[in-house]
Design a protein around this ligand. Structure first.
Ligand code: NAP
Length: 98
């Protein structure tokens, strides 16, 4: 895969690893990056880097209606980085005891 031919979609792009993915893809020359986050306002700084190539979209990955809307709002995605998530704390036995 050539990064300069990549149209990426990164979920949870407003902070942490997701934000780092967007920055790395941008630096590597990705054609377009859809940066998604629960709060579109939280993407302002990232989009300011290059509004032509970093496109903000609101997306809570637990909401099927928002996922369907994202499909309508995007074109040509050939790299999905489904980064959004919550890292659970505690071990396996602690989780099944809940
Ligand atoms: N860091 C690690 O060592 C590690 C290890 C293993 C796996 N991971 C996984 O790697 C991913 C990123 O880790 P991180 O350290 O960057 O985590 P982080 O700093 O806690 O960031 C999590 C990101 O996911 C977003 N998010 C959470 N629930 C969401 C939802 N329902 N819809 C949309 N976005 C949602 C958060 O958005 P908000 O700002 O709106 O909360 C935030 O942007 C996570 O899935 C995590 O489980 C991380």
């Amino acid at each position: 895969m050539k990064i300069n031919e990549t149209v990426a979609l990164v979920s949870g792009a407003n902070r942490g690893i997701g934000k780092a993915f967007v920055e790395a893809l941008y630096s590597a020359g990705a054609e377009r990056i859809y940066a998604t986050a629960r709060s579109i306002d939280s993407l302002t700084d990232l989009v300011a880097i290059d509004p032509q190539r970093i496109i903000p979209i609101a997306l809570d990955v637990t909401k099927p209606d928002q996922i369907a809307a994202v499909v309508q709002q995007t074109q040509g995605v050939n790299l999905l980085i489904n980064n959004a998530g919550v890292l659970g704390s505690g071990g396996f036995l602690q989780i099944i005891a809940m």
